[in-house]
Design a protein around this ligand. Structure first.
Ligand code: NFS
Ligand code: SF4
Length: 635
């Protein structure tokens, strides 16, 4: 039974325990929800006003218009772009938070934070065309923060946001400008989506979708700035060996799970925990404090500091069922509300930290950057207290963990390539793409969903693509899947990579001092860090003198579910990248919207959505797309 729900081996140990304890998990609730509403699945249910809800009959013999007159195309388009707005809001709030922290640091107001990576800050400044000559680093930080915050404030509709302008190829920017979809102000674009989708406003599906694309590009802008400024504050990732899956939880340690998304919280918790290690030992924890990550906060601290990853999205509840997590500290996004109740079945302190993200039944520590050290201390103390209440008889830590070599961004990829060609680091990559040793590049991103057996589509597709010499990048819960299933190891490269890919990964890995190949899948970080993959792609495109839609590059979200994934998938298409979805998007109730996203987009943008639920077939289709692109380049 377990096999249909998840392919994570930890679940086989923990699901029976959850059952015995009467704890319902995400999979129990999924089952109880069947059959799910067919109108909702097609996207044709509208609840935008209180004359509704209205629903369009997909078979054509019932109502074809809502009470106000909106048809299926309008309803589907409105629903979709509201999802994009929500996704963009999540990422951009995260970005704003980080930008304000950089501003605070530049003003000397935030003792818990420093600029740990000055070189990165200088690179960011150069990218934003900020003059840094003769400037103190604080002044550079202030200027970067100012330019970034302008992306939330500008009222000049014709001027692109600073970050998107600094990030894309020239050709891409012009192409998007011609369609009037380049954001000038993240907040304004999100507000516009909410405004135009009110009852009785924009009812033209094409116009709505273009508004959604603009919202998705605002999302992209927010992600770029969140990632790059986080690197300046906390360090750009470099390759590091760590581990993943629930076996990283230690029986003799105070285990603190950091869960959510924003590194502003998790970084300080990690630092303070180190300082308080002795206190944990005094409380009886022989191994002191053990921090483990969940979801994208887990990815953030994993790629920067080698903190092990306990779980991706669908197994967050199982982390608690181990009975050995003493505190789960969460900030924003992808936190199942059920964790509070499950924590209460054990001794676990589930601690929310953000004013705008609380959970009934959880305790709350109001986390502020100004008081971050104090707040983190309170959190760690709470964990140590909870540890004292842990019942060792209820501890069940599955004996599963895999080694994972992680920490690849533009900087570390270029650094590794530079060991082969210091003058022109991208040349070896380009040569190997051109000669076919690397057939193409695939970025795996996005979530887990109960619509798919957890991690299975990621793993199946990756193995097939790697065998066909496709270079694999990953972020988010996709990266979590690969890490948990041992695909971020050198052994996986030896076992699964096609011969020519294996040779390239071995040449780079060996010359970069890894004593063997690079891992089969390169972990680029959290979902927000998808911008890293774009940076690599833009660098390659600029080097070749072509736009992004010419590259043999594809993206895939085989287990997508979040509104954030909808936003990311849409900007990926807008940047010219063929983008696979392995779960059914809720748009198929409109033939027009479906055609726009899967076909018309190809002419307008070069990128398009490709929906295929079968992972084997999906991988085959992506290989065809890659070959088509290669042909276009004449390679
Ligand atoms: Ni992305 Fe990260 Fe995971 Fe999906 Fe959620 S944690 S931001 S949304 S579920 S990948
Ligand atoms: Fe129905 Fe129109 Fe109201 Fe939507 S906006 S609920 S279609 S009346």
């Amino acid at each position: 039974m377990t096999l249909n729900l998840t392919t994570d081996p930890s679940a086989a140990t923990l699901l029976p325990i959850a059952k015995k304890e009467g704890i319902s998990t995400v999979w129990d609730r999924h089952r109880a929800m069947q059959p799910q509403c067919g109108f909702g699945q097609l996207g044709v249910c509208c609840r935008i006003c209180w004359k509704g809800p209205c629903r369009i009959d997909p078979f054509g013999d019932g109502p074809q218009r809502g009470i106000c007159g909106a048809d299926a195309d309008t309803i589907v388009a409105r629903n979709l772009i509201r999802m994009i707005a929500a996704g963009a809001a999540g990422h951009s709030e995260h970005g704003r938070h980080v930008a304000l922290a950089l501003q605070g640091v530049s003003q000397g107001k935030l003792p818990a934070y420093q600029i740990r990576d000055e070189a990165k800050l200088l690179r960011v400044a150069a990218k934003l065309k900020i003059c840094t000559e003769g400037q103190e680093i604080q002044a550079v930080a202030a200027a970067v923060a100012k330019a970034t915050l302008e992306d939330f404030q500008s009222q000049d509709h014709d001027a692109p946001c600073n970050w998107i302008e600094a990030t894309l190829t020239k050709e891409r920017l012009e192409r998007l400008q011609a369609l009037h979809v380049v954001p000038h102000n993240i907040d304004a674009v999100i507000t516009q989506i909410m405004g135009r989708t009110l009852v009785g406003c924009d009812a033209d599906p094409v116009n709505l979708i273009l508004g959604g694309i603009k919202g998705a590009l605002a999302d992209f802008n927010g992600m770029c700035l969140a990632t790059e400024i986080s690197d300046a504050l906390f360090g750009a990732p470099a390759p590091v060996v760590t581990a993943a899956n629930l076996g990283v939880i230690k029986p003799d340690a105070v285990n603190i799970a950091v869960h959510g998304h924003n590194p502003l919280l998790s970084e300080v918790v990690c630092e303070v925990a180190q300082q308080m290690d002795e206190e944990a030992r005094k409380a009886g924890a022989k191994e002191g404090i053990n921090i483990v990550g969940i979801c994208c906060t887990g990815n953030e601290v994993m790629v920067r500091h080698g903190i092990p990853l306990a779980a991706n999205y669908l197994s967050q509840e199982l982390a608690l069922v181990t009975g050995a997590v003493d505190a789960m500290v969460v900030d924003v996004q992808c936190i199942m509300p059920s964790v509070a109740e499950i924590g209460a079945c054990f001794h676990t302190a589930v601690i929310t930290t953000m004013e705008e993200n609380k959970i009934k039944g959880a305790s709350h520590v109001s986390f502020k950057e100004e008081t971050a050290l104090e707040n983190a201390r309170q959190i760690v103390e709470t964990a140590i207290e909870a540890y004292k209440r842990r019942d060792p008889r209820r501890v069940n830590i599955p004996d599963f963990k895999q080694t994972a070599i992680v920490g690849f961004g533009l900087e570390s990829v270029v650094a590794a390539l530079a060991t082969l060609n210091a003058e022109d680091p991208l040349q070896p990559l380009i040569d190997n793409i051109a000669n076919g040793n690397i057939r193409g590049i695939a970025l795996f991103a996005g979530c887990n969903s109960t619509q798919v057996a957890q991690d299975s589509s990621f793993v199946t597709m990756a193995k097939k693509l790697a065998k066909n010499n496709v270079l694999l990048l990953a972020t988010g819960c996709g990266a979590g899947s690969f890490a948990k299933h041992g695909l971020m190891t050198q052994e996986a490269t030896v076992e699964y990579a096609g011969d020519s890919l294996k040779a390239v990964l071995t040449a780079i890995g060996t010359s970069a001092g890894l004593n063997g190949p690079l891992p089969l899948v390169l972990h680029m970080g959290s979902c927000v860090d998808n911008s890293r993959a774009v940076e690599v792609a833009v660098a390659v495109a600029n080097r070749l003198g072509v736009d992004l839609d010419k590259l043999p590059l594809v993206a895939s979200a085989p287990e997508a579910m979040s509104e954030k994934a909808v936003a990311i998938g849409t900007w990926s298409v807008a940047l010219g990248i063929p983008t696979h979805l392995g779960t059914m998007p809720q748009v198929t109730g409109s033939a027009q919207v479906t055609e726009l996203l899967t076909q018309t987009a190809k002419d307008l943008l070069g990128g398009y959505f490709l929906v295929e639920l079968d992972p084997e077939l999906a991988a085959e289709k992506l290989l065809e797309v890659i070959d088509e692109r290669r042909k276009g380049l004449g390679i």
